[in-house]
Design a binder for this molecule. Sequence first.
Ligand code: ZN
Ligand code: ZN
Length: 283
Amino acid sequence: MHPYKGRKAALSTMHDKRQAIGKPFNDLLGVSIKVPEKINTDLLGTFSGEIERELTPLETLRKKARMGMDELGLPLGLASEGSFAPHRYFPMVAEDHEILLWIDDERGIEVIEQEISLETNYDAKTVTSFNDLKDFLDKVHFPSHALVVRPNSGFIQGFTFKGLKRSSEVKEAINLCTSASADGLVHVETDMRAHMNPTRMKVINKLAEKLAVRLMNLCPNCSCPGWGVVDVVRGLPCEACGLLTKQIAKEVYGCPSCNFRKEEPRQDGVTTSSPTYCDWCNP
Ligand SMILES: [Zn+2]
Ligand SMILES: [Zn+2]
């Protein structure tokens, strides 16, 4: 029997992420996810920027996960963080980078999985009136995905309107912000909080499955949950000349608890590199 079967884990969220994380953890691991009622994860920073994020994403995640574990008195806990930015190579498209952290205080381990997805509606527009939003609203899947409206000139107490899902609400918020904004312009952006953004919720669900699968895998040496890829070995041979390229040749599996490691062939079955990546064939 898996060591986590029948256990409870705290999930620190104010944004109903249990709907994305609860099912894979229950179905794959037999872990039931408990969400504490009295936590304010916004203290660690918000997407809409009223509270600046001062810690690194991993530090934020640890603090967040511990809030729920402390509140519920559980040794197992989870927290997730997302960040959104233009894609590294194709700045016209946006990228959702999600991280999910598992903490197990009984074993003294942390297990992290990440997911980078181009499936996101992350976008923003500066407008003077609701009419300027005509094409934008369709593009960002309004009203199934909510919007945030604030003055373009900066944050003003009481003038950040979040979770807007009705045209009438958006119109009213734009009117209020136009008057309040020093430049008369209004900043409209997608609400990236999970419960306001079904597309993001889906990415978190996929990531939760990935982490649950990893926790299912036990270390062949000490049986600790969380056996998975921790590093890669580069040096895939060029298919034309055989010289070693900088492409990934093998994946290194590791345990979150002991030092045991094992090299395995790539999961995708690729054993040679295209000459495109070869310093000899394509200098
Ligand atoms: Zn070559
Ligand atoms: Zn181990």
